[in-house]
Design a protein around this ligand. Structure first.
Ligand code: FAD
Length: 398
């Protein structure tokens, strides 16, 4: 088992996609970095992610700005890794948003217009032309928009590749190392991290513990409102390529922002290089309950068949679920915690953490090194008004 360093310029807690990206960015900036992970790499939500890197599902605003920055980051990263012979299954396959109702068509058109003004590339497609993107789509469409910037990655391979790059810059990775305490001095500044295997002295801790980032914050005596929002996925048997892009119905965007107290679903369908088709996606606030919601799964399958009638003949291989790290105001928390100098959060990405990881890492690296951030980081700050206000509203059931 790897020996813990006595000290590090920065400790990253968590080896999911966000921690791996932060470790890579900090190590590349010349910091000595130790990544501490209680399991092995991707011991959390990242392994459940489909790996979509989307700009299409974001309304104009800070999250879309982050997604556009991240999208460029993935393209650069994918090319650099490919040059080194490392394959993370990055595919610039594009996304197709479709509607089967008049209301859905109006929603798609209005969203495309808003996004275009914010720098997203959107190609509006006549309903009867959607088959040139997806030959097996239903003929019952009322509208479609094509988003060429949407990409996909294999998240576990991406984490491994980012950690390997970080190690190339001198970072160390310590699996089976649970963080159990955060030490701070009389002035409140962090001085080190306690683990089951010893301590690491450091003045900088990046809390990239995803769903468990609230527990890590508690170790420092501060509250962070991150809760699990469950998602279920259906996986088909491997098939010749039937679905070429990511395809989702117009309801998908609404589902993300839907009343979190309600179980929500919307069809999201995509083929993978392995030949399986992934069918999502649901959103539920049911704590860490791992019992499948069969009713939701059946509705997901039915909606997928509405969009791709050919799927009625296809067998399912398995279903799985995961828990998105969900903040009450739908924005990730990125930056230094004003209450504990030296504690930086990189968490709360809900259903978009894989997509947003490279941009999150750039904001963290800028904050830690005192460099200018590539975009305005203030909407993601832990002391933004919506973070606690949103939580209070959710608790009150409003
Ligand atoms: C069904 C589903 C589908 C999804 N699809 C997509 C998608 O297509 N695209 C997308 O962008 N996002 C998607 N997401 C969301 C995405 O998976 C998450 O936003 C992302 O994985 C969060 O990454 P993370 O690194 O913050 O957290 P995690 O991957 O959970 O990593 C946190 C790590 O911290 C470790 N840890 C926790 N506590 C400690 C401790 N005390 N000491 C040491 N280590 C600790 C954990 O073991 C874990 O490995 C999906 C999520 C679900 C559930």
């Amino acid at each position: 088992m790897s020996r813990l360093p006595a000290t590090a310029d920065a400790v990253v807690i968590g080896a999911g996609i966000v921690g791996a990206a932060c470790a890579d960015a900090l190590a590349a900036a010349g910091r000595s970095v130790a990544v501490l992970e209680r399991h092995a790499l991707t011991g959390g939500t990242t392994a459940a992610g489909e790996g979509n890197l989307l700009v299409s599902d974001k309304e104009p605003g800070p999250e879309l700005d982050l997604a556009l920055l991240a999208n460029r980051g993935w393209t650069t990263l994918g090319a650099a890794l490919a040059d080194d012979g490392v394959d993370i299954e990055l595919e610039a396959k594009g996304g197709l948003m479709v509607a089967t109702t008049d209301a859905g068509r109006d929603a798609i058109d209005a969203l495309a217009e808003r996004q275009r003004a914010a720098g997203v590339v959107v190609e509006q497609v006549a309903a009867e032309d959607a088959h040139r993107f997806e030959p097996h789509l239903t003929r019952e469409l009322t509208a479609a928009s094509y988003y060429p910037q949407d990409q996909q990655v294999q998240p576990v391979k991406a984490v491994a590749a980012l950690l390997e790059r970080a190690r190339g810059h001198g970072a160390t990775f310590h699996p089976a190392t649970r963080v159990t305490g955060l030490h701070h001095g009389r002035d409140g500044r962090l001085t080190g991290v306690a683990t089951e295997r010893g301590t690491v002295g450091t003045e900088v801790v990046v809390n990239a513990a995803g769903l468990w980032s609230a527990e890590v914050a508690e170790l420092a005596g501060v509250h962070l409102p991150i809760r699990p929002r469950r998602g279920q996925i259906l996986v088909t048997e491997p098939l010749p390529r039937l679905v070429h892009r990511k395809v989702y119905d117009a309801d998908y965007v609404g589902t993300i922002a839907a009343d979190p107290a309600e179980a929500a679903l919307s069809a999201v369908i995509e083929g993978t290089r392995a030949g399986t088709i992934l069918i999502g996606s649901s959103r539920e606030l049911v704590g860490l309950d791992r019992n499948p919601n069969w009713d939701l799964l059946a509705r997901m399958a039915a909606r997928a068949i509405d969009l791709f009638p050919v799927l009625a003949e296809v067998r399912l291989l398995r279903t799985y679920l995961g828990f998105r790290p969900y903040p009450p105001d739908h924005l990730p928390v990125i930056g230094e915690d004003h209450r504990i100098p030296g504690l930086f959060h990189a968490t709360g990405h809900e259903g978009a953490g894989i997509g947003l990881a490279p941009a999150t890492a750039r904001l963290i690296a800028a904050a830690v090194t005192g460099q200018r951030a590539p975009i305005d980081p203030s909407p993601f700050a832990v002391d933004r008004p919506g973070l606690l206000a949103g939580e209070e509203a959710a608790r009150a059931g409003t």
